[in-house]
Design a protein around this ligand. Sequence first.
Ligand code: HGY
Ligand code: MN
Ligand code: MN
Length: 437
Amino acid sequence: MVGSARSEQETPDFDVSARVVMAQAEILGSISEEEGRLTRRFATPAMKQANDLVAGWMRDAGMSVSRDHIGNVIGRYAGLPSEAGDGQNAASHPILLLGSHLDTVRDAGKYDGPLGVLVAIACVQRLNEVGQRLPFDIEVAAFADEEGLRYHTAYLGSKAYIGALEPGCLDLVDADGISMEDAIIEFGGDPSQLSTGRSETEELLGYCEVHIEQGPVLEREGLPVGVVSAIAGQTRIMVRFVGEAGHAGTVPMEMRRDALCAAAEFVLITEGLAREEAGLVATVGQLEVMPGASNVIPGEVVLSLDVRHQDDATREDACRLLKEEAARIRSARHVSMEWQVMQETRSVHCSPVFTEELAMAVQMAGHPVRYLASGAGHDAVVLSQVAPVAMLFVRCKGGVSHNPAESVAVEDVAVAIEVLGRFLERLVRGSHGEQGE
Ligand code: HGY
Ligand code: MN
Ligand code: MN
């Protein structure tokens, strides 16, 4: 059966697909570069292992699989065979992109990222099982790096996919002094090929990402899924305070230039400023103290600053104020201060038309439509530069994420699979010019 919406007699058991997704997430969740907790950074052996596993699942679902130079794994499920009348194959179909990221934060949960990849594969698997082909190709992307844990710049995978990777980032070095360029080569990619991105000849219909909500709203309102309206912009900054290392026992307090006290003052000012502004969040997630000995006054501290707000001007104002505060601390404490913006992404509104189709799919699956904004960043932010994007959130327990306690219910995963499947059906109808329910 090709190209038509799924007929009722094949009403599939979404729970079966959901149980497969949960089992796959469990397996992926055990692939880590650290003992006893889930950490899977960009271009690492753990990432390679995860990529190989996901590539196999994509093939089992009837997709051809390719890997690009940044390390994305891309599955492709061809659309309807189409003749151009003279027996020649007509131009290739437009592409609908699904997926999410396979990398994780440190000590991560097992669903942030992988759930979106696995639900997308499950949807293609269900089409393949009944031999259904659509009037567009489907690509499922398992993006190589969305979190930015290794190089502090997020979205490397999706940026490379659209050919928007900043060339300068190849020179960034990780905590072990390995440059991104060397990491890519080691992983099997050719950095010189990264500027091209996906083939421009193929039209990208749009991108739809399924992701855990990473917040408490859906659970609080008793809803399995939500439709994302917008994604907050974010700024990531590295701040370095340099004072003077010294003997903890001999340097009088009034003579110290303690880099950690400077950083500590900055951290609390950051918290205070964010508490004052509705919707603003600011986080110091990483802080490195050097030389890091109990009897040495810290001479140098490097900290990460993550600032977000749905409104870009508010976020930018907050960054400006925090930079002024860091400069004030620098003068008051006679230390030096370095402020380096590592990445900045503007707030993104999901495509109204695409999002409306997704909302209708939620309704067709029998659930209320709840729009909600995302405080977390997602690869959809990058894809929105080249195509319409829509996102489906899945309820997660306690709204907990970036934490090993991250958890989803198999029933909600079943809903997500059904909604994504119905979203595809709606796009098929739309491509035939059919409107309405
Ligand atoms: O940090 C974020 O917003 C996402 O989890 N990368
Ligand atoms: Mn995340
Ligand atoms: Mn994520």
